[in-house]
Ligand binder design. Structure first.
Ligand code: 13P
Ligand code: SF4
Length: 321
């Protein structure tokens, strides 16, 4: 490295990085307009990716948006199963995921073979699968759910015993809120939420005793016991916006914390230490969003036989949600 390009510590680098991101964002917006593309982003995305998007939401709201858009192309800034859901709901559109490595640790815990085996072990019970599954698993399921509507979806079924996959923690949350049902859960979980432990919450509460604790239902039951509110990413956003309280401890992924801080500079939001990061969500970067739009890569494709069956499980959910 020459002396001229040595990093400087007076804020110049941070400023030029911001300027670079602004130029990228402008190019992305112009290209999206020219190509009649809509950019959808999950709340766990990097802040600069959220800021360039047309719509930011949780899994359920993103599905609704994907179903109703009249754009020719959907650029999905999120993870693979979310982009697949958009494709299931808008099969005629080009759905692009900026980086195919953006998978999901929880979705990886359940294959189609394992799903069939799970069903064989409990014949006659309906299978509710969390939207955090790949299309081939959805194709083996009766109905899907998201963290927003999981309790509603389970309650809509006439059966008492219900198979639930892949998230055992969301399954436990549903069981608590629908005690009339018997939930039989698959043994999966989200690796990002799994690391949140009660001792971390206690340590943060000692530092901020007046803060309300807001948690995602992918956290373990013993963590959810400590929460003042449990809800989806959008649920947490809405709760924090509505609340007259000024200080919150957020028990979910860092992207949501960043967004809350950005939207409500008058309120205080804390994470536990260390702050949970979903590595899959962070694969999507602004440069990749631009390349993806320019070169129309990488498109989501779903085999036809899987497509129709997987779509049915999503449509059944959409009819309830
Ligand atoms: P939401 O449905 O709450 O957006 O959650 C999606 C997700 O992957 C959380 O880990
Ligand atoms: Fe999957 Fe967890 Fe990341 Fe959500 S936070 S995308 S469930 S690994």
């Amino acid at each position: 490295m020459s002396a001229l390009t040595l990093p400087v510590d007076d804020g110049t680098r941070a400023r030029s990085q911001t300027a670079e991101l602004q130029v990228l964002a402008q190019r992305i917006r112009a290209l999206a307009k020219r190509k009649n593309a809509v950019i959808l982003a999950h709340i766990y995305q990097r802040l600069e990716v959220q800021q360039v998007s047309d719509f930011i939401g949780d899994s359920l709201n993103l599905s609704r948006e994907a179903a109703k858009t009249d754009a020719d192309t959907i650029v999905f800034c999120g993870v693979h199963f979310m982009a697949e859901t958009a494709k299931l709901l808008s099969p005629a559109k080009l759905v692009l995921l900026p980086d195919m490595k953006a998978g999901c640790g929880m979705a990886d815990m359940l294959t189609a073979d394992q799903t069939r085996d799970f069903r064989r072990r409990y014949p006659g019970r309906p299978l509710v699968s969390y939207v955090n599954t790949y299309a081939e698993v959805k194709a083996e399921s009766d109905i899907c759910c998201t963290s927003t509507n999981a309790v509603r979806v389970v309650r809509s079924l006439p059966d008492r015993e219900i198979l639930f996959a892949p998230d055992k923690f969301l399954g436990a949350f549903v069981q608590k809120n629908a005690p009339e049902k018997k939930i039989i859960s698959w043994d999966g979980y989200c690796p990002t939420h799994f690391v949140i432990r009660p001792s971390m919450v206690e340590a943060r509460k000692k530092l901020s005793p007046d803060a309300l604790v807001l948690a995602h239902p992918e956290c373990a039951p013993e963590v959810l016991e400590m929460a003042d509110y449990v809800g989806s990413t959008q649920g947490i956003m809405d709760y924090a916006a509505r609340s007259h309280r000024r200080e919150f401890i957020i028990l979910t992924e860092a992207g949501l914390l960043m967004r809350l801080k950005d939207l409500h500079p008058d309120k205080r939001f804390h994470s536990i230490a260390p702050c949970p990061h979903c590595p899959y969500m962070k694969y999507v970067e602004l440069e990749k969003v631009l390349t993806c739009l320019e070169q129309e890569r990488t498109p989501i494709e779903i085999p036809t036989d899987i497509m129709s069956r997987a779509r049915l499980s999503i449509e059944r959910m959409m009819a309830i949600a």
